[in-house]
Design a protein around this ligand. Structure first.
Ligand SMILES: [Zn+2]
Length: 340
């Protein structure tokens, strides 16, 4: 895995490459940006660069020169970083819904020890926004007195998801979604046929990791379920709404997927209403139905639905409960559909 596998993010890669070349790697980084765009891939490439055996360290006196981020990819440390088995590269993931304080204590314990075999220890905390305050505070101790030869990488979607005390001790590295053309190209490289790649890249809004993580039919299925749910709730009202929200609101990720599917559906409705080029539709496979629905829905109702989806998205990011978020969203959408 090298920078060749990572698309876009030039500024982020350059910052990390320079730190390596100048031997000025920070104790802690915060990789901030939406999921599925390469934050973790970059963190692993950085870990490889730090642990690779073949990566030359540059001659003394030689001007430091940035190199493509990553290791050689074939030495034993590189291969074990990739496989998740290197004893000096630790990946911390949420245990269920949160990153528990016990996990942070474990991280602290490892960080206080000497590296097992490499020159340093790397800790990658994925979905760091899932640290409740008690875990974030525990981590603060490590950040305030960074253990020797330790690099900590926090991966999170929004900077404001962590207390400023934690974030201010990390070097911020920002990641933006890939431009659509890049996203289509990456999907193409992974063997996704072009028309599908275009709709998938648009559906995932440039988050290629998400697009690759799901078969095209899986995305369509989710969209179909979301649209079916909305018509059912619109037709049947209260009881159905309550039951669906009860079932779907248990899982934040699932709620986010539902909101996204509904947002993209209404975005398509807007395109259909404007009678724009059908190739712009994400759900091109349901074009006839979209035209019909667009004819029966007012501009105001479509725009209000888009606003409702956006607000729901932000509410969920801002830690409003998935249940409440879906309840508000589906009521607004159903009401809008009823008024046409
Ligand atoms: Zn290597």
């Amino acid at each position: 895995m090298t920078a060749r596998a990572i698309r876009g993010h030039e500024a982020a890669l350059e910052l990390l490459e320079r730190a390596l070349a100048l031997d000025r790697v920070a104790h802690a980084y915060a990789f901030v940006g939406p999921s599925g765009i390469g934050r973790k891939l970059t963190a692993l490439a950085f870990a490889q660069a730090l642990l690779c055996r073949s990566r030359s360290r540059g001659e003394a006196g030689e001007a430091p020169r940035p190199r493509p981020l990553g290791g050689c990819g074939s030495c034993s440390p590189c291969r074990r970083v990739q496989a998740g088995t290197h004893p000096d590269c630790h990946l911390v993931l949420p245990d269920g819904q949160t990153i528990r304080i016990e996990q942070i204590r474990e991280l602290e314990r490892w960080a206080s020890l000497r590296p097992r075999e490499g020159p340093q220890k790397i800790f990658i905390v994925d979905e760091a926004e899932r640290m409740p305050p008690v875990s974030a505070n525990a981590l603060l101790k490590t950040l305030e007195e960074p253990p020797d030869r330790t690099v900590l990488i926090l991966i999170l979607s929004q900077a404001k998801a962590l207390p400023p005390t934690v974030l201010s001790r990390c070097q911020l590295v920002r990641f933006a979604p890939l431009p659509l053309a890049d996203a289509v190209a990456v999907l193409g490289e992974h063997g996704v046929e072009e028309a599908t790649a275009r709709s998938l890249a648009a559906a995932c809004q440039g988050r290629v990791g998400l697009a690759l993580g799901q078969a095209p039919h899986a995305w369509r299925e989710r969209r179909d379920n979301a649209v079916a749910l909305l018509s059912k709730v619109s037709a049947e009202g209260g009881e159905t709404l309550f039951d669906s929200v009860e079932a779907l609101g248990r899982d934040r990720a699932q709620a986010a997927e539902l909101i996204e599917a509904l947002l993209l559906w209404h975005r398509d409705l807007l395109c259909a209403k404007a009678a724009s080029d059908p190739r712009l539709l994400i759900s091109g496979d349901r074009q006839a139905e979209l035209s019909l629905a667009a004819g029966a829905t007012s501009w105001a109702a479509i725009l209000e639905a888009l606003v409702a989806c956006r607000e729901a998205w932000h509410a969920l990011q801002g830690n409003v409960s998935p249940r409440l978020t879906l309840e508000v969203l589906l009521s607004r959408l159903a009401l809008g559909a009823a008024s046409g």
